[in-house]
Write a protein that binds this ligand. Structure first.
Ligand code: NAD
Ligand code: UDP
Length: 312
């Protein structure tokens, strides 16, 4: 079935890959973005396609377009970017949720929220299950994002209970791949850019903190599965359960790039979570979804993309 689909944050890293898949499936796609951390280049190849349009708009403001599905992806996701203007991050997360839920309510649309593993904060439960309520510092430097996203989940459930809006909530864990910004500040893009340029690899803390990295294609498949089924509203964890230390990640990237960059230790940022790994049993059972791309393969793709960027 052909849908009229609004993707907020559609010119960002995840949003642009999502637009690719939706356009390829012949849906009518409206990409809404204020280009804060996204870039027109990410969707340039789709322009001219009759199924695709770009609308410059800030989700702090109401939007009056018609859609029967909404993916609410708009929000800076890198700690560097979301902490550079924290008040704006809260507004995007909270006002953006209110405005897009209002749109979904008016249109009778199904709406999916790009929530995050950050709702678990510095988790005391490992691996993280959806039933865990989290351990978030409400007034630390990460709170603008973590609490903004937690409040957005609250709004989604309240619109669902109070106004019967058809919601879906994905809790996305660390995802990487082509089209991350070279200056994004997240660990995969930082390490690859540093390795390619021969700059020091900036390892925060002693590198023993863990993350679980999911390749973008897998993640987008999970978002589409969650949106396309009628039974599970979420929250559902989407991520790759294969967990590594950040030091191991640095070593992988050095090996795969053949770089001779040295590792430079930097202070661990405040409230940096110690361990993170999704329990994806719910996604496996309700969506029949699991990631298929091994870290080594995903990193090779990502490195190849950054190499082209550096060489052009
Ligand atoms: P990104 O920064 O590349 O994309 C966010 C997009 O939203 C950008 O195009 C940006 O310009 C746009 N945007 C920001 N504020 C806006 C506003 N007020 N109005 C309109 N557009 C706005 O980040 P991403 O990694 O693609 O993340 C996309 C979504 O997924 C975010 O909501 C993020 O919180 C969530 N998420 C991502 C990850 C990940 O690892 N990539 C993990 C958890 C959650
Ligand atoms: N990190 C690092 N060096 C960098 C960037 C990040 O060691 O140049 C670490 C960071 O402290 C965290 C992990 O890598 O422990 C993942 O950071 P990222 O910003 O990618 O995402 P987070 O999961 O913390 O939101």
């Amino acid at each position: 079935m052909n849908h009229s689909i609004l993707v907020t944050g559609g010119a960002g890293f995840l949003g642009s890959h999502l637009c690719d898949r939706l356009v390829a499936a012949n849906h009518d796609v409206m990409c809404v973005d204020n280009f804060h951390t996204g870039n027109k280049r990410n969707v340039q190849h789709l322009i001219g396609n009759t199924n695709f349009e770009v609308i410059r708009h800030d989700v702090w403001l109401p939007l009056y377009v018609e859609a029967d599905r909404v993916f609410n992806m708009a929000c800076p996701a890198s700690p560097v970017h979301y902490q550079s203007d924290p008040v704006s991050t809260v507004k995007t997360a909270v006002l953006g949720a209110i405005n897009m839920l209002g749109l979904a309510k008016r249109c009778g649309a199904r709406i999916l929220q790009a929530s995050t593993s950050e709702v678990y904060g510095d988790a005391q439960l490992h691996p993280q299950q959806e039933t865990y309520w989290g351990n978030v510092n409400p007034n630390g430097p990460r709170a603008c994002y973590d609490e903004g996203k937690r409040c957005a989940e609250t709004l989604f459930f309240d619109y669902h209970r109070q106004h019967k809006v058809d919601i879906r909530i994905a809790r996305i864990f660390n995802t990487y791949g082509p089209r991350m910004r070279p200056d994004d500040g997240r660990v995969v893009s930082n390490f690859i850019m540093q390795a390619l340029k021969g700059d020091p690899i900036t390892l925060y803390g002693d590198g023993s903190q863990t993350r679980s990295f999911c390749y973008v294609d897998d993640l987008v498949s999970g978002l589409l599965r969650l949106m396309d089924q009628d039974h599970e509203i979420g929250p559902v964890n989407l991520g790759n359960p294969s967990e590594i230390t950040i030091r191991e990640l640095a070593e992988h990237i050095l090996r795969l790039t053949g770089s001779r960059s040295r590792i430079e230790y930097r202070p661990l940022p405040q409230d940096d979570p110690v361990q993170r790994r999704p329990d994806i049993a719910k996604a496996r059972h309700t969506l029949d979804w699991r990631p298929g791309v091994a870290l080594e393969d995903g990193l090779k793709e990502t490195i190849a993309w950054f190499k082209k960027l550096v060489n052009t």
